[in-house]
Ligand binder design. Structure first.
Ligand SMILES: [Zn+2]
Length: 426
């Protein structure tokens, strides 16, 4: 009995002291809103809401398809520089504005992606309809970018010195085939010093993404000899093979409990209605809560396409002009991961929610936060306030009503995790 009791005490001790440490660590979060400088930063937003809306519209009107973010990056660089930050653009094209902390060895990132899904030439002029702003990309991620520069400015105006170094980052390559390349490069550069990443993406204050949904984007290309629809009839047709393979693939069963999805998102091929095509392309997006299911779906697509090509070769009677060649390539891969329920970053977000009287739910999604989360680095993705809709469509809109709460929530989360240096230590 006695020995058991001793063991219990010995094992309980480190647990108790780590609890005490966590309690003192989370205390500054609660006191944050009482710090005079933090209050000054929070108060900066209300009189500057028009400026924030106008900058959002101005940035949205600078086209920034993935891989062509340069011009918008330069505009964000100028805005961050005006907030007293040392700003550089890295090799990937990310804009990085640095606010040195007392402990320069520890870095916290606040980021918003620069790129949009809209190709060059899309009309991105912002229209106003009542309080609403309408334009492709206005919410995703005009909202995040506007919040990024506004929060940097508020912290600058309030002359806040953080404990940990804060990097304000407008990153490239979040959307589609950008494949998170900007965040990958950023995390690669700062990996050893990186303590937390807060991603601002789109509108709202209703959620916090802490679970990174794993996804893969795959492309199938099938080539054949090609010819005339009448005189060459009987040679293998790449579009036929693609359709045969696709039909097999879309009958693949996916589990409902470990939610898994697939989407045949793009089909291209052929040159005219009376030509047997020499090429056919298919792009497929697969997502899952389970890495195993992702791998299973990728091999299912491979098997189905192999079978589709085989079926087409078997049913075509003329092989004299050649056969079908095909390949499957992974054009995007986003790793999965999950923020620990007891992480200081989630505690900072929850404390901020309490201060601004917001309630938010945990969400699972595929965002820039996937990259740090997959490496075990604390990260979340949140909306930057206001309301928006029609993301990735030409009808996209943003309503800034209520955005102030989103800005305060993001600022308090950031300062909660970066921590504010007491004035006497400056
Ligand atoms: Zn986005």
């Amino acid at each position: 009995m006695k020995r058991v009791l001793v063991w219990v005490i010995l094992f309980a001790m480190p647990v108790r002291s780590s609890l005490a440490r966590n309690a003192t660590r989370s205390a500054p979060a609660a006191q944050l809103a009482e710090n005079a400088q933090v209050r000054a930063a929070l108060a900066w937003f209300a009189p500057n809401l028009k400026w924030i809306n106008d900058e959002q519209a101005r940035l949205t009107e600078i086209p920034a398809p993935s891989f062509q973010e340069g011009q918008r990056a330069a505009a964000v660089k100028a805005l961050l520089s005006a907030s007293g930050l040392h700003v550089q653009i890295d090799a990937a094209g990310n804009v990085i504005g640095e606010l040195p902390g007392l402990h320069e060895k520890e870095v916290v990132v606040l980021s918003a992606h620069l790129d949009t899904v809209f190709p060059a030439g899309t009309d991105v002029k912002v229209r106003r309809d009542g309080s609403r702003l309408l334009a492709p990309g206005i919410s995703d991620n005009g909202t995040g970018l506007a919040a990024l520069v506004a929060i940097a400015r508020a912290i600058h105006e309030a002359q806040i010195k953080p404990q940990r170094t804060i990097l304000f980052v407008a990153n490239v390559g979040e959307e589609g085939e950008g494949n998170l390349r900007g965040m990958r490069a950023l995390v690669e550069s700062y990996r050893d010093r990186l303590k937390a990443v807060i991603v601002l993406d789109g509108a709202g204050t209703d959620h916090v993404t802490t679970i990174a949904l794993a996804s893969r984007r795959l492309e199938v290309v099938i080539n054949g000899p090609g010819g005339h629809s009448w005189s060459d009839f009987g040679i293998p047709n790449p579009i036929n093979a693609l359709v045969r393979g696709s039909l097999r693939f879309i009958n693949t069963k996916v589990p409902a409990s470990q939610r898994t999805t697939f989407n045949l998102g793009q089909i291209e091929g052929g040159t005219s209605v009376n030509s047997i095509p020499h090429e056919a392309h298919l792009k497929v997006d697969v997502r899952s809560e389970s890495e195993d299911e992702l791998a299973r779906l990728e091999s299912a697509l491979r098997d189905c396409m192999a079978a589709g090509v085989r079926d087409e070769m078997e049913s075509s009677r003329d092989h004299s002009r050649g056969k079908l060649e095909w390949k499957l390539e992974v054009i995007g891969s986003r790793p999965g991961g999950e923020l620990a329920a007891n992480s200081p970053l989630l505690a900072a977000l929850r404390a901020a929610d309490v201060i601004v009287e917001n309630e938010s739910r945990i969400e699972r999604s595929s965002t820039d936060a996937n990259v740090p989360l997959a490496l075990g680095i604390d990260a979340i993705s949140i909306g930057a306030g206001g309301d928006g809709g029609g993301a990735h469509s030409l009808q996209e809109w943003y309503d800034p009503a209520g955005r102030e709460m989103g800005l305060k929530r993001a600022l308090l989360t950031l300062l909660g995790i970066a921590d504010v240096a007491p004035e006497k230590t400056r």
